[in-house]
Design a protein around this ligand. Structure first.
Ligand code: DON
Length: 565
């Protein structure tokens, strides 16, 4: 894979205005295509398309079903980003349904009297939860961009919550993690275990309270979740378990429609996630640094060294400058400028690794999460409308707290803020003041729903994986420009550097022995970790209309039989 990467020339031009019409081909997709992490969600998406829905309707169906059947990854208690493309007028938008800090949050809420970080308060229980955004995202996408009524697109999720879904291996793995860290609230135990015991594969898990919550949203829309009797119950129950949520936090919650980041890379147009995601900015910064080099003649080891140095510098920028753009000025254009790439390149030594402490601060960072929780799906409908969505409650089963009446698990997204400046979070990520907590502020995310398009092809992609999302999407989109197909994009071996800790994390077989020897001789520390990520890719070839959907082989749910469109 990396051999071929090094044989190509990259060139990035930052472009805020692009002519999408120049990419519009005459052929339409032969079929729609959906890639998601669970066959029941994929099926629901195809069913909604069959009923006359468009990609945006299908997205609401897939998203809500994932909330039911993958409650360890995402749900109504969390948030997400929806990257949309409407084919008829080439309109693109990034729907930011990220959680917000409660109004009573303050910058020091996870510190003790000596200003030390209190372990796990930002991860376990109701104090770890931001105000959920997913329900607002679903109602917004449905009402503004869909063609079917909200109750119709939520029907598959309601049915699965009411009638149950069969337990599968991955669900059991997630339950084991929750049991090991002992975070499960009483309602969680009641819903997902047999009196504390892990259910067997195939056991039906029913969630009647969640079905009810979905029904309220289906009939009352946004207000059903954010300004209703249900809201009162959500706030009261969470307060009884220690949350600082208020009904005003919910009344004030709104999604934000943001301009996606547009960058040009070789012959490709990238549509990337803007802040409060750090994904697009970091990906563009890395690609810009690469394009400062003529590396067509580099061998794999030289290329991996170079891209690692680019990752190091881009993640350093991320740690200092990324924050909620509604609260802090995030200098995106400066970060993804050629000048910044030149500045970073001037400190890169092609023969030696640059110790991270030499270019910035030195902190202990020991990431605890590898990255398969959270979930992504990609959709292309037959009219060419597209959706790329990543949604999350953060770590496995989020905060572990399930609301007794509303039946969903609260996120622990507050851990994506810095507990204090440059204190590493669960992913070992460090952040400065730009990502400090403040009432109603959104925490920085790594979620990176992405489109990459040329005049001939299109790929829609994204993945879970915490801090590693960014480098997974980066490596995958580079491989796409080198001719990889959807399956190669989801299965390509992965590696990652995030500035701190100062080490290259890599999957088994990501590098040959010669590459490892070369990287070590240049001064890199390498750490082999297990497989990570759960990438979902849809591709479309404009010349013949062919489409392909591919799900990450690392996390495939077996025995799936999907009735395609
Ligand atoms: O928004 C973020 O960046 C994280 N909360 C995503 C969490 C995630 O991908 C979990 N996987 N390891």
């Amino acid at each position: 894979m990396f051999k071929s990467i090094t044989n190509c020339k990259y060139f990035i031009i930052i472009s805020c205005i692009i002519s999408w019409s120049s990419f519009a081909g005459n052929v339409s997709p032969n079929d729609p295509a959906i890639a998601s992490a669970h066959p029941l969600a994929t099926q629901a998406g195809y069913d909604i398309l069959k009923q006359g829905g468009n990609a945006f309707d299908a997205a609401v169906a897939v998203s809500s079903v994932l909330s039911v059947v993958e409650p360890y990854s995402s749900g109504l208690g969390g948030g997400g980003f929806f990257l949309l493309h409407r084919e008829s007028d080439q309109f693109q938008i990034f729907v930011d349904a990220r959680e917000k800090a409660p109004g009573k949050a303050d910058a020091d809420m996870y510190l003790d009297e000596f200003k030390n970080v209190i372990p796990r308060v930002s991860l376990d229980g109701t104090l770890a939860a931001g105000i959920p955004g997913l329900a607002a995202g679903l109602t917004h996408v449905s009402e503004k961009y869909g063609v079917l009524p909200l109750d119709q697109v939520l029907a598959p999720a309601i049915a699965l919550a009411e009638n149950g879904f069969p337990v599968y291996e991955r669900f059991i793995t997630a339950l084991k993690v929750a049991i090991a860290i002992d975070v499960m609230s009483p309602k969680f135990i009641e819903n997902f275990t047999l009196e504390g015991e892990i259910p067997e594969v195939g056991t039906l898990i029913k969630q009647p309270e969640l079905a009810n919550t979905l029904r309220v949203i289906a009939s009352q829309g946004h207000d059903g979740f954010y300004n209703s009797e249900l809201t009162e119950t959500i706030v009261t129950e969470s307060n009884e378990s220690g949350s600082i949520w208020t009904t005003n936090d919910f009344k004030n919650y709104e999604i934000v429609e943001r301009e996606p980041l547009q960058v040009k890379f070789s012959d490709y147009q990238l549509t990337l996630a803007p802040p409060p995601s750090s994904g697009g900015t970091t990906i563009a910064t890395i690609l810009n640094i690469l394009s400062e080099y003529n590396y067509r003649d580099m061998n794999t080891a030289e290329f991996v060294h170079l891209i690692t140095e680019a990752m190091r510098r881009a993640y350093k920028d991320r740690s200092e400058f990324l924050g909620d753009p509604d609260f802090v000025v995030v200098p995106v254009l400066k970060l993804i400028s050629k000048n910044n790439a030149i500045k970073h390149s001037s400190s890169i030594n092609l023969d030696r690794a640059t110790p991270s402490k030499q270019i910035g601060k030195s902190f202990e960072a020991n990431p605890k999460e590898k990255g398969t929780e959270t979930t992504h799906f990609s959709i292309l409908d037959q009219d060419g409308n597209r959706v790329s969505t990543t949604q999350t409650i953060n770590t496995w089963f989020g905060s572990g707290y399930m609301l007794p009446s509303a039946g969903f698990i609260l996120n622990n997204e507050m851990d994506d803020f810095s507990a204090k400046a440059f204190a590493p979070n669960r992913y070992g990520l460090v952040h400065g003041e730009a990502n400090s907590k403040a009432p109603n502020k959104r925490m920085v995310s790594s979620m990176s729903p992405t489109f990459i398009e040329s005049k001939d092809d299109l790929a829609i992609l994204g993945t879970p994986g915490g801090a590693k999302i960014i480098t997974m999407v980066l490596l995958s989109l580079i491989s796409w420009t080198e001719g990889a197909d959807a399956d190669a994009m989801t299965s390509g071996r992965r590696f990652h550097h995030q500035y701190l800790p100062d080490e290259i994390h890599h999957e088994k077989d990501a590098f040959g022995e010669d590459v490892i020897d070369s990287l070590v001789s240049k001064g890199h520390s390498l750490k082999e970790i297990g497989d990570y990520g759960n990438m979902q890719v849809v591709t479309y070839k404009k010349s013949d209309g062919s489409v392909k959907a591919s799900s990450d082989p690392r996390a495939l749910i077996e025995n799936s039989e999907i009735d395609f469109y």
